[in-house]
Write a protein that binds this ligand. Structure first.
Ligand code: HPA
Length: 283
C-alpha cells in the first residue's frame, strides 16, 4: 500500500471539495451501479483523475466518486470499485477507505455481486454479510505498521457492525423484502471458481463467494469505521447450476432486482442519522 499515493488522493479530493464532510461511504459493486440514485449529487470526480485510485478496468464499474447527500447524510458514493485481480496492488482498494477516514466519516456500506454456495442462496437473493473468509492471496495490511489503520493486529471478531446489520435486517423485514445472512468468502479471481473449489468453500463455512469487499471491510474496520456489507447473489456458484457463469449474467441479475437494492439502501440512509447520531462527533 503506497501511503504517499493515498495522501495525494486525499489532498486532491480536499482541493476540489474543501467543504466536504461525509459521514458515510457507499461502494457500489457489480450491478449495483444505479442503486444509489436516491442520493442527491453535489459534485463528481472520476477515479482516473484521483491519484492512486485509477479507472476501473471492469465492465459495469463506472469509476465515479460522487459527493452527495440524502436525508441530511453527507455521503461519498464510490460508483464502481477497483479489484485486487486488476493487478495494481492494494492502493486502489485502500483509497476509498483512506479518503473516508481522512474526511472523518463514521461508516462504510459495501455492496457486491456474489455466487451463492449455501443451498438457499439463489440468483436474485440478497445477503447481509455477518462474517467473511479472506482467501485472497494476500492481505491489505501486510507491510510496515501504520497507526492510521489501527493497531498492528486488529481484532476482526466483529468486522461487520452488529448494530448496522441488525438495522439492515429490520429494514428488509419492514419492506417485506426476503433476505439471507451469511459468510462471504473472498477469492482473488479473476476466474470464477471450479466446482471443486466451491465444495471446498462450503466445507470451510462459506455461504457465498466473490472477488471483492473483504479488503475494504478489513481496512475500514481497522481504521475505526463501522462497516455493513450486502451481497446480491447473482448466480448459484460453479457446479451448482447447469449453466456457465458469465459477467454479463451477473450484472443482469443485479439489475433485475435493482428496485429492491435501491429500496433497502434508501431506507438505510433515512435511518442513518438515528444510527450514527445527529452530528458527526469526529468531524
Ligand atoms: N464467484 C465469484 N464472484 C462472483 C460470482 C461467483 O460465482 N458471482 C458474482 N461474482
Amino acid at each position: 500500500m503506497d501511503k504517499h499515493q493515498l495522501q495525494k488522493a486525499a489532498d486532491f479530493v480536499r482541493q476540489h471539495w474543501p467543504a466536504a464532510r461525509p459521514r458515510v461511504g457507499l461502494v457500489l459493486g457489480s450491478g449495483w451501479d444505479a442503486a444509489g440514485d436516491f442520493l442527491h449529487c453535489r459534485a463528481t470526480l472520476t477515479y482516473a483523475d484521483i491519484p492512486g485510485l485509477g479507472s476501473s478496468t471492469v465492465t459495469g464499474h463506472s469509476g465515479l466518486l460522487h459527493w452527495c447527500d440524502a436525508f441530511g447524510v453527507e455521503t461519498f458514493m464510490f460508483q464502481g470499485r477497483r479489484h485486487y485481480y486488476e493487478g495494481a496492488g492494494w492502493t486502489p482498494l485502500a483509497t476509498p477507505v483512506y479518503l473516508l477516514k481522512q474526511f472523518s466519516a463514521q461508516a462504510l456500506v459495501l455492496t457486491n455481486a456474489a455466487g451463492g454456495i449455501r443451498a438457499d442462496l439463489q440468483g436474485g437473493d440478497l445477503m447481509v454479510l455477518n462474517d467473511h473468509l479472506n482467501l485472497m492471496d494476500g492481505h491489505p495490511l501486510i507491510g510496515p505498521h501504520d497507526f492510521f489503520w489501527g493497531p498492528r493486529f486488529p481484532d476482526l471478531s466483529r468486522v461487520y457492525c452488529p448494530s448496522l446489520g441488525k438495522r439492515l435486517k429490520r429494514i428488509f423485514q419492514t419492506l417485506e423484502i426476503p433476505f439471507r445472512e451469511g459468510v462471504y468468502a473472498a477469492m482473488t479471481g479473476p476466474t470464477y471458481e471450479t466446482p471443486a473449489e466451491v465444495r471446498m468453500l462450503r466445507t470451510l463455512g462459506a455461504d457465498a463467494v466473490g472477488m471483492s469487499t473483504v479488503p475494504e471491510a478489513i481496512l475500514a474496520h481497522a481504521a475505526g469505521l463501522r462497516v455493513a456489507a450486502l451481497s446480491c447473489i447473482a448466480n448459484p456458484a460453479a457446479g451448482l447450476q447447469a449453466k456457465e457463469i458469465t459477467h454479463e449474467d451477473v450484472i443482469q441479475t443485479s439489475r433485475e432486482i435493482l428496485p429492491r437494492l435501491r429500496g433497502v439502501l434508501e431506507q438505510l440512509w433515512k435511518e442513518l442519522p438515528d444510527e450514527l447520531g445527529t452530528t458527526n462527533p469526529t468531524a
